[in-house]
Ligand binder design. Structure first.
Ligand code: SF4
Length: 326
């Protein structure tokens, strides 16, 4: 459905007063992945790892500095804005905050009619019927159409935001921390709704979250990001049950374990994630890695394929299996 090749984004930072360049933020550095029809790729990593930037690049809310984005085989990274406008309905996003994602002055009906109108999804005479269909699809009713956003709870607003995203009948949806602002009980309802809609309409999702239990629940595949790069990628079971990259191991060790009888030793990382303006040499993770070896400081590891299509970027796996396991 959608594929990114060597996706790269740099932001030039300028001094506000003198206008001189202060440096470059390397937000996304040569990222590659594919998401098939009906599949969810979970994207995890600390704040500042580049997850949300990837989501925005894929929707062309930001222009990539380099790389390609293919939607159903068509390169959408280089087409003109005019051409892209015709394709935009296929790509939608559900943001984190349902309070700011909806215009507080508009009724729900008007909010849902707007994308139908802009993208010419149905004829004007069918708007009301389509609004009703969208509301029912997300568990709301016809009585809700004339209300304003402030009359709804956070979970209901997120349902409306999902209905708005699906109004254009998209093929690919970015869910950017879409349940993070909700209570835990409401989170599960929204996650189940997102998954039910995927099954019904064959949607492909890029699901961005810092919450590993959410990622495990919704994803088929998981990509772990560190300082703008994917350091490990594989099936959700492989990543959660046997993480290989030391950074993934540390992330997973901090995740709650569903079986109380099973305990996992927490791996504490040293320090904070470095600035994306000053990425460390060699392996970008070397100054925090509990398993670093001599060459980690100077030689950047490649992303290598292990068993079952798993990809990992770490010198410990260069012979195809962990030196710790051998
Ligand atoms: Fe750690 Fe070295 Fe592997 Fe990087 S390459 S994750 S520093 S062991």
């Amino acid at each position: 459905m959608i594929e990114v090749i060597n996706l790269t984004k740099q932001f030039l930072i300028k001094d506000k007063i003198f206008g001189v360049n202060k440096g470059v933020v390397h937000a996304v550095n040569g990222v590659n992945f594919k998401i098939e029809k009906g599949e969810t790729l979970g994207l995890v990593g600390e704040s500042g790892s580049g997850k949300s930037t990837i989501g925005r690049l894929m929707l062309r809310l930001l222009e990539p500095s380099d790389g390609k984005i293919f939607l159903e085989g068509r390169d959408i990274s280089t087409i003109s804005n005019k051409e892209f406008r015709k394709l935009r309905k296929n790509l939608q996003i559900v943001f984190q905050n349902p309070y700011s994602a909806l215009d507080y002055k508009m009724t729900i009906e008007d909010i849902l009619i707007q994308p139908l109108q802009i993208h010419n999804i149905v004829k004007p005479l069918e708007y009301k019927k389509e609004v009703l269909r969208l509301l029912e699809m997300v568990g709301l009713s016809a009585q809700d159409a004339k209300k304003l956003p402030h009359e709804f709870s956070g979970g209901q607003r997120q349902r409306i935001a999902i209905a708005k995203a699906l109004a254009t009948r998209p093929k690919f949806v970015v869910c950017d921390e879409s349940v993070s602002a909700l209570d835990v009980s409401v989170q599960s309802q929204i996650l189940n709704l997102i998954m039910d809609l995927q099954e019904e309409f064959g949607l492909s999702y890029l699901f961005i979250s810092h919450d590993l239990s959410v990622i495990r629940h919704v994803s088929n595949k998981v990509a772990v990001m560190y300082l703008g790069k994917i350091v490990e990628k594989g099936s959700v079971d492989d990543i959660f049950d046997s993480p290989k990259h030391p950074y993934t191991e540390a992330l997973m060790s901090a995740s709650p374990v569903p079986e109380p009888s099973r305990s996992i030793d927490r791996i504490k990382l040293q320090g904070e994630i470095p600035s994306a303006m000053n990425i460390p040499s060699g392996c970008a993770f070397h100054n925090r890695c509990p398993k670093r070896v001599a060459k980690c400081e100077t030689v950047e590891p490649e992303l290598i394929e292990l068993d079952n299509g798993r990809l990992v970027s770490c010198h410990l796996y260069e012979d195809g299996r962990s030196k710790n396991e051998s």
